[in-house]
Design a binder for this molecule. Structure first.
Ligand SMILES: Cc1ncc(COP(=O)(O)O)c(C=O)c1O
Ligand SMILES: N[C@@H](CCOP(=O)(O)O)C(=O)O
Length: 469
């Protein structure tokens, strides 16, 4: 399988190089040159099968010959053995035709673990094969960072730098990033927002010299590997609800658009998804774009669902590329407008193509709290604020199809907001019971590319991919 950039000017790469490259050299995002197809029989057969078996069948076509099948199978088995729940991603019924897909049973209690546990293994494998090291830099609004640290801590091949917005993540999220004690992990609090952190990461990728010098790699959802691993649970959830013989829709709490883009890919691969519904918090750029056709950034508002406090939604670029018939010139023009003026207008036909498959809705702060309260009272089920944003939007899109809302985080990651909303304080699982007692280690840095590059340079052990002297 070959991969092409959404901006049309970067070299085509195979799977392993795409994984190690992260962002394409032209600033675009890699997508497969074609969508593998799964037949109705195959999808029907997924019902009741172990998660890791389905994961292998869904992902193997994207990996192609780059990794031997036996190695891929082993890494998938190891990755999902870190999830204590036997189903990995179980479904919980919330209403007559409404389900929550619990994606938070991994090591850091958020859906990011599903992909991160696997791609850490895949990247280590690819680096070992090539006899080289990588410097991984990632931006987080709270969950990606912890999941990446849990997955890459003590890696023999990678140094990991995680940028998080100072004071804008929950205390549990911060501790998950600052208490690993691993020598190859560097947690960095940036004076800025998640968008600032993400812009710094992209600027490091776009600095060719720096990128080569430290053998830069990324684990945000700009990396195709992240999307690939997230496609799987759309298949397991839909098949267990009767797909392809029953219609299923998905509502996805959305920030960087990676998770919902994975649903779009599942549909391209043959999963009959009725609607994909984008749920945003008060940072509602995607809801506004769906209504007006104009993508326009404004200031980031801090909310009780901090991991979705995002305005520049990276993977929307992948959707535009698809909806525009893979027109890299158009994507390049729109992204240039975005970086110059903070906005762009979607061409009418592109907006119409997107609206044909996606809906969107926004949940404000009061509604999020009210949803946590009413679902606890009515269904005795405790939602985290991100999932609550999704559930609220899903409730206004219920129809004939079964509705699955993605449960993206465990409520105990946000105990203060949850308690304020419903009076109940969620407990961390026993595996995390000492988290808040551990001592923290992190550095604080200005929102400044030069300072950050110096910081990374000094600590990275990769020099042009080889071990530093
Ligand atoms: C708990 C939670 N929910 C939802 C999201 C949004 O997911 P995405 O960025 O893939 O749209 C995130 C962050 O990415 C998250 O951490
Ligand atoms: N919500 C994310 C933001 C980064 O998103 P990613 O999926 O692109 O890694 C987070 O919690 O860090």
């Amino acid at each position: 399988m070959d991969y092409v950039s959404t901006r049309g000017e970067a070299p085509r790469l195979g799977f392993a190089d795409t994984l190690l490259t992260g962002l394409a050299a032209d600033g675009g995002l890699y997508v497969p040159s074609e969508w593998p197809q799964l037949s109705k029989e195959t999808i029907r057969g997924f019902a009741g099968r172990p998660y890791s078996e389905v994961a292998f069948e869904v992902m193997a076509p994207f990996v192609g010959d780059d990794i031997p099948a036996a190695d891929l199978k082993r890494m998938i088995d190891e990755a999902y053995a870190t999830f204590p729940h036997p189903a990995v991603a179980p479904l919980v019924q919330l209403g007559a035709n409404h389900f929550v897909l619990e994606l938070f049973h991994g090591p850091t209690l958020a859906f990011k673990d599903v992909a991160m546990q696997l791609i850490a293994r895949l990247m280590d494998h690819a680096l070992t094969e090539r006899g080289r090291r990588a410097t991984i830099v990632g931006a987080t609004s709270g969950d990606t960072g912890g999941a990446a640290i849990a997955a890459f801590a003590h890696s023999e091949r990678a140094d990991l730098f995680i940028l998080f917005p100072h004071g804008r993540v929950s205390p549990v999220q911060q501790r998950q990033m600052t208490t690993s004690g691993a020598g190859n992990v560097h947690a960095v609090a940036v004076d800025g927002t998640f968008d600032d952190c993400q812009a710094l990461v992209k600027a490091m990728f776009n600095d060719r010299r720096f990128r080569d010098e430290v053998a830069l790699s990324g684990v945000n959802s700009i990396n195709w590997g992240r999307i690939m691993a997230q496609i799987v649970y759309y298949f397991t959830a839909a098949a267990s609800l009767g797909a392809p013989d029953r219609k299923v829709s998905f509502t996805v709490p959305t920030g960087n658009f990676g998770d919902i883009f994975a649903g779009f890919v599942a549909k391209r691969m043959g999963l009959p998804i009725e609607r994909l519904i984008i749920a945003t918090n008060a940072n509602d750029i995607l809801d506004r774009t769906m209504k007006s056709g104009r993508y326009e950034t404004s200031g980031v508002e801090a909310t009780m669902s901090p991991s979705m406090d995002i305005q520049v939604s990276s993977n929307f670029e992948r959707l535009i590329f698809e909806a525009a018939g893979r027109d890299g010139d158009l994507v390049r023009r729109l992204m240039a407008q975005l970086s110059q003026s903070g906005s762009f207008n979607l061409p009418e036909d592109v907006a119409a193509t997107i609206r044909a498959e996606f809906d969107a809705g926004r949940t404000g702060e009061d509604e999020t709290a009210e949803t946590i309260r009413t679902v606890l009272d009515g269904q005795a089920y405790l939602l985290d604020p991100h999932t609550a944003v999704g559930v609220r939007v899903a409730e206004s899109h219920l129809g004939d199809a079964a509705m699955v809302t993605l449960g993206t985080a465990h409520p105990a990651k946000f105990p203060d907001s949850v308690k304020k909303a419903c009076g109940k304080s969620p407990e961390l699982p026993p595996s995390h019971s000492d988290l808040m007692q551990k001592s923290e280690s992190f550095d604080r840095i200005a929102n400044d590319l030069g300072q950050l590059q110096d910081y990374v340079r000094r600590r990275s052990r990769a020099k042009n991919g080889a071990e530093a002297a």
